[in-house]
Design a protein around this ligand. Sequence first.
Ligand SMILES: CC(C)(COP(=O)(O)OP(=O)(O)OC[C@H]1O[C@@H](n2cnc3c(N)ncnc32)[C@H](O)[C@@H]1OP(=O)(O)O)[C@@H](O)C(=O)NCCC(=O)NCCS
Length: 146
Amino acid sequence: MPVREMKIDDLPQVLQIQKALAFQDWNERQFIAEITANYALCVVYVAAALHTPILGYAIFHLMGPDSELLSIATNDSHQRAGIGTALLNAGIAHLDFENGDKIFLEVREGNTKARRFYEKHGFEPYAERKKYYADGENAILYVKAT
Ligand SMILES: CC(C)(COP(=O)(O)OP(=O)(O)OC[C@H]1O[C@@H](n2cnc3c(N)ncnc32)[C@H](O)[C@@H]1OP(=O)(O)O)[C@@H](O)C(=O)NCCC(=O)NCCS
């Protein structure tokens, strides 16, 4: 299985993926806080044969019946090849869902790629937060129930 838990040593590659995609702006300290938090699950997708083997990452908050997907990203040059799906499925498997448990997320209204990805995986929009982001873009809130 190419998905494993994120380590602090992975952060240079993780930060590089984030920077190239320019979809969020977490610093190293914020990633370390997630890696070390006992309520968070941070995973990376690793292609061992490559020189820079980390091709994607995802961060979940595990909060009993209501968990949250905080962030998911696939390296720009490896998108649409199943990496995001592998990361999402690994997180969901780890959540050990019981019937009725939910996973929530929020996404920029204009982030079509991510919205199609979430919808393909059974997430449904349930609310909109007007001007939620600093640049004034709306957020769409999604939920997936088991
Ligand atoms: C969203 C994201 C993680 C998906 O990762 P991925 O590795 O490409 O996903 P997968 O290959 O597993 O899944 C592909 C599915 O995602 C959706 N998708 C991915 N790229 C797409 C595109 N360019 N246009 C439309 N849908 C797209 C489709 O549903 C696609 O299924 P299909 O190929 O059968 O149509 C990736 O696009 C990404 O990193 N985006 C930038 C970061 C981001 O916005 N993250 C989410 C906000 S936190």
